[in-house]
Design a protein around this ligand. Structure first.
Ligand code: PBG
Length: 333
């Protein structure tokens, strides 16, 4: 046996010490890039706890400003609001009611935490008695009738103080209709964050528990995208950008990193990735069982989503991550 050949290149040189590893790290994330979703409930009878989403509470309108203020103090810059109304009906009236639950929440947060960026989901599924994201006419989700109500919802949310409206119903033409309606009402600076590439995903399960928004019958595959389709995701994004979206969302995140990467390469608008409820629930369950290190796994997931090309990450872990980071700044790991 001769001498072992010496490698000419030694990549390990750059990994030798923590300082070197920090210096050569290619991808970083920051608490300022995270968006915390918040659930607001109108009704005391709805339990605050969500069994499938440990650590996430459904807040009463009176509680939401304190939560928002705590988040701002931790360095989180934005929240995304979802509502649980007392009444649901076939016209989703709660979605665009001036005294709707999200509208009330927006007003109190705007009042008490004026600098926080307020985002509001624009969809009908939490407000319809059948649980679909649009109006059901003759047993089918009617696109154009739904779009009118989504535009009305967006204007109502802007009036209540939303900086950003986020249409998530996957109706064709919803972004254009919302832009026109906002402009007509004088909300020229209200930002549209379009859920452009939103797939019909089983990862939304825990959210539907939290928002009580599962469809009573059928499913969402007639409007949300087939998880198999990445090219179609690019067509959806292109349409939303043409219609006036200021930024777009790819959703879910972790199982769709290729879609995030391709979108990053093709489009120059800011890109948000939504790490959805099922992604959160899986991490929580495995860490509760002691099978993974939650903090390390969450850091790795955020890194992966950023590495794929997302600018913002909407994540239920935002608050927790901000708390961990604060602890690190004060020297407790
Ligand atoms: C509303 C909406 C949903 C989510 C965000 N907005 C539910 C759905 O489409 O069924 C899912 C978010 C998550 O799972 O965290 N349409």
């Amino acid at each position: 046996m001769g001498e072992t050949p010496r490698p000419a290149r030694r990549p390990r040189r750059l990994r030798r010490t923590p300082g070197l590893r920090e210096l050569f790290r290619e991808t970083r994330w920051d608490v300022a890039q995270l968006v915390q979703p918040l659930f607001v409930r109108e009704d005391d009878r709805i339990d605050s706890q969500v069994p499938s989403m440990p650590g996430i509470r459904r807040l009463k309108v009176e509680e939401v400003a304190a939560e928002a203020s705590g988040l701002e103090e931790l360095g989180v810059k934005a929240v995304l609001l979802f509502g649980l109304p007392t009444q649901k009906d076939d016209l989703a009236s709660g979605a665009y009611a001036d005294r709707g639950v999200v509208q009330q929440a927006l007003r109190t947060i705007r009042q008490e935490v004026p600098d926080l960026v307020l985002m509001a989901d624009v969809c009908l599924c939490e407000y319809t008695d059948h649980g679909h994201c649009g109006l059901v006419v003759d047993g089918r989700v009617d696109n154009d009738a739904s779009v009118g109500l989504l535009a009305r919802t967006a204007v109502s949310l802007a009036r209540a103080g939303a900086d950003v409206v986020a249409p998530s119903a996957m109706m064709d033409g919803q972004v254009l209709a919302i832009r026109v309606a906002l402009d007509l009402d004088g909300f020229r600076d209200t930002i549209i964050m379009a859920y452009a590439a939103k797939h019909a995903s089983a990862f939304y399960g825990p959210f539907r528990d939290a928002a009580e928004s599962a469809p009573r019958s059928g499913d969402r595959r007639g409007y949300q995208m087939d998880p198999a389709n990445a090219r179609e995701a690019m067509r959806e994004i292109a349409l939303d950008v043409e219609e006036g979206a200021d930024l777009v969302i790819v959703k879910p995140a972790l199982a769709y990193l290729d879609v995030i990467r391709t979108a990053r390469e093709r489009f120059d608008v800011p890109l948000a990735a939504y790490s959805v409820s099922g992604e959160y629930a899986m991490v929580k369950a495995a860490s509760k069982a002691g099978w993974i290190d939650e903090r390390a796994v969450v850091g790795e997931i955020l890194t992966a989503i950023r590495r794929a090309g997302a600018d913002l990450v909407i994540t239920y872990h935002a608050r927790q991550v901000a708390e961990w980071e604060r602890g690190r700044a004060h020297g407790t790991r």
